[in-house]
Design a protein around this ligand. Structure first.
Ligand code: UT7
Length: 319
């Protein structure tokens, strides 16, 4: 018997308010031309009153449960990847649990910023394959708009809010998560971080990033981890149908694809519509491509992400 974590369904949620580059140019010294040329971003969604990481996460989870055709109370594990929890504690995953009406399950948050969804997916997969869980909801959800410095044009134009989710179940067979690979290198804290926290300043803080240095690391680390994770499955880049990447910058997506010899058409791109939604970006892109029919059952997917820490990782899935 070969137990794999199979994706039964996907879902996503975006805040109501959609903000264009021109809207931002009214607030900070920037332009649609600069943002599109440097990042590929055209729009982002920004959470309004009553919209939080947990409410977006629960909406995405509900959609994934519907797509999977299963009821919430059959889930025994919720992992929420986020760097913008509703409260410092308890874990926002427990709030999602309550919103979904699940009385008892395991629920916790994972903090790995933009690669959080890959970290959460890997932990859920391990728990499923060891028998610690049978059905899991894995969510990436963020409200980065609440930790942006809206005076800093080098960061505030890059991020957006949203959530994406998958429902996983352990099943015997060839489909499911084939491999995951995670990395962290804590020496690069000062390249991408938040300048506050409960144990240092007692404040929430704002995102700070040395963008061009993060860019250089991202292209190298992402290409390497994708090759690494594929090699553990015996597959090569030629076997890959779709790459579902972290959506930070269209130029990073192009450069990474080129390094692996993949065509631009095989990369799922949503950065133009959602901007960088941190932990939400991979599951949001996955759900988009599942719902529009690009991703089909049986296809080989590579998911990848890199973010603050640095942390980075990739997964190979037979969908
Ligand atoms: O999600 C985690 C992973 N994050 C990433 O992967 C992000 C990686 N980095 C990037 O995507 C890019 O580095 C950025 C999009 C953040 C920046 O692009 P860049 O081509 O690296 O630009 P830069 O930081 O080198 O800045 C170039 C110029 C600067 O002006 P000077 O010094 O050359 O006169 C900036 O001040 O662009 C200026 N600039 C802006 N101009 C208009 C920076 N932000 C803006 C802005 N509008 N919003």
């Amino acid at each position: 018997m070969t137990l794999h974590s199979v994706i039964l369904g996907t879902g996503s949620a975006l805040p109501k308010q959609r903000v264009s580059n021109d809207d931002l140019a009214k607030r900070v010294d920037t332009s649609d031309e600069w943002i599109v040329a440097r990042t590929g971003i055209r729009f982002r969604h920004i959470a309004g009153e009553g919209e939080t990481t947990a409410t977006l996460a629960a909406a995405a989870a509900r959609q994934a449960l519907d797509a999977a055709g299963i009821s919430a109370d059959s889930v025994d594990l919720i992992i929420l990847a986020t760097a913008t929890p509703d409260q410092t504690f308890p874990a926002s995953a427990t709030k999602v649990q309550a919103l979904l009406g699940i009385e008892d399950c395991v629920a916790f948050d994972v903090a790995a910023v933009c690669s959080g969804f890959l970290y959460a997916l890997s932990v859920a997969d391990s728990m499923i394959r060891t028998g610690a869980a049978k059905r899991a909801i894995v969510i990436g959800a963020e409200t980065f708009s609440r930790i942006l410095d809206w005076e800093d044009r080098t960061t505030c134009v890059l991020f957006g809010d949203g959530a994406g989710a998958v429902v996983l179940e352990g099943r015997d067979g060839a489909a499911g998560i084939l491999a995951t690979k995670l990395h962290a290198d804590g020496r690069h804290n000062e390249l991408l971080y938040v300048d506050g926290g409960p144990s240092t300043t007692g404040t929430v803080g704002h995102v700070r990033m040395k963008g061009s240095e993060v860019f250089r690391h991202a292209v190298v680390n992402l290409a390497t981890v994708m090759t690494e994770v594929l090699s553990t499955t015996g597959l090569t880049a030629a076997d890959v149908d779709w790459v579902v990447p972290h959506q930070a910058n269209a130029r990073i997506l192009d450069a990474t694809a080129r390094k692996l010899g993949l065509s631009a058409e095989q990369i799922v791109v949503t950065v133009d519509q959602h901007a960088n939604t941190s932990a939400a970006s991979v599951p949001l892109a996955l759900d988009t491509a599942v719902r529009d029919g690009r991703i089909q059952r049986g296809q080989i997917l590579v998911l990848e992400a890199m973010g603050g820490g640095f942390t980075w990782g990739a997964a190979v899935i037979r969908y």
